[in-house]
Design a binder for this molecule. Structure first.
Ligand SMILES: [Fe+2]
Ligand SMILES: [Fe+2]
Length: 199
């Protein structure tokens, strides 16, 4: 099954600045994503994107919502239409005249699967948070205290253990950090600090 998108342009530049309202995005999310585990993953990535946009990029509320929205909807079609991931959500957001930068971030969240390179900082951070977030969450589930007391070195140990969250590609994590120009340690620490509040 190929998920290649076979294009590099998404959305219409005339729609720059257009976003879904939080209400619209939430109702699309609830309608399309029925699996609670996937819902949690998407909410976690959305939260990380929002906090990163605020704290590290210094974006205002409108900018933060663009990042958060990309995170919230990046896997929206994965639950019910995995063979159309992420073509379906891209087409839906194009139809709804959403900002092309948000659509591009979603289109490039898996360069090895969709054939679209992350270009903007938003693209790169979405790619970087995506799988790392899942691995760290899996680790929290096997710790008695969950996220409480979790340390960087514990996560690094799990990363070295090939059998742990075996479906998470270590090469992709490394590739994502390189593309974002951010050390793995910084990303992991950021996720440990912020991800636990999302339920
Ligand atoms: Fe995905
Ligand atoms: Fe994802």
């Amino acid at each position: 099954m190929s998920l290649l998108l076979n294009r590099n342009n998404f959305g219409d530049p005339a729609n720059r600045g257009n976003v879904l309202s939080r209400k619209e995005a939430t109702s699309l999310f609830n309608e399309w994503v029925l699996n609670p585990r996937l819902q949690l993953h998407m909410k976690q990535v959305a939260h990380l994107m929002k906090i990163w946009a605020a704290e590290k990029e210094g974006l205002d509320e409108a900018g933060q919502w663009q990042w958060e929205m990309a995170g919230l909807l990046h896997d929206a079609d994965w639950d019910q239409w995995p063979e159309m991931h992420c073509k379906k959500i891209i087409e839906e957001l194009e139809h709804r005249k959403v900002d092309p930068e948000i659509i591009h971030a979603i289109a490039s969240h898996g360069p090895n699967h969709f054939g679209v390179d992350p270009i903007s900082k938003m693209d790169k951070m979405l790619f970087a948070f995506d799988e790392l977030s899942g691995l760290i969450h899996a680790y929290s589930l096997m710790r008695p205290g969950g996220y409480a007391g979790m340390e960087l070195k514990g996560v690094k140990k799990r990363l070295k253990e090939k059998s742990f969250a075996a479906n998470v590609s270590r090469e992709e994590i490394e590739d994502a950090c390189n593309r974002a120009g951010i050390a793995l340690e910084e990303l992991v620490s950021f996720i440990i600090t912020h991800q636990g509040v999302v339920t």
